[in-house]
Ligand binder design. Sequence first.
Ligand code: ADP
Length: 238
Amino acid sequence: MPGLQLRGVSKAFKGTAVLDAVDLDVGSREFIAFLGPSGSGKTTLLRIIAGLETADSGEVVLDDRRIDVLGPGERDVAMVFQSYALYPHMSVRENMAFGLRNAKVAPNEIERLIADAARVLEIEPLLERKPAQLSGGQRQRVAIGRAIVKKPRLFLLDEPLSNLDAALRLRTRVELAQLRQRVEAGVIMVTHDQAEAMTLADRIVVFHDRQIQQVAAPMEIYLRPANKFVAQFVGSPA
Ligand code: ADP
């Protein structure tokens, strides 16, 4: 079965359970939002999918391949961090090339991938700059560019809009929506912002109390919340 399947994924930190036997199916081209209050385990699950955190039990399967047994670099996923995590001493071009060089991609192929991503994100004039010479919004595009060049099956975005001011946030929201038309991949975005999830996602996954409370299209979540918590969290009409 293509796409991502999580089966019985559990995780505790120092004896405190954060995720308890979580199951989830994500289609191969779906845009999914992980929505829930702070501390509900959204980022932990994203990091488990990325291979940056190890689940205590359960399986992670991507395109019929168990990826939880693979290293982060072998999973065909690309994560965009909330802090962007750009290398400050490297130019934008070098930041985008770094992971590809490590993966032994041929130099001319690296140039082509960077050129393609830079065109899509309209960051061509920025390629020789260092991160310190970029605005917050530009840094964020570079972080997305660094993910795009890997041509992943799945993009993992950790609160991609949270460090942007209100105007830029709106614009970036539109751009993320456009981006997903251009990339042949799924997207999972972590957010605690209901409007962000509602406008961008095909389906929303609501987290609370170590469990997934509901998985459904935005309108479905809003109009037919599975329980009181979901209703309250998304502000459903009474
Ligand atoms: P969310 O992304 O929904 O805000 P997180 O997944 O970041 O939630 O965190 C869930 C819980 O796990 C929080 O209580 C957090 O403090 C805890 N946690 C996350 N990562 C670690 C870690 N590396 N060590 C200890 N506790 C952690």
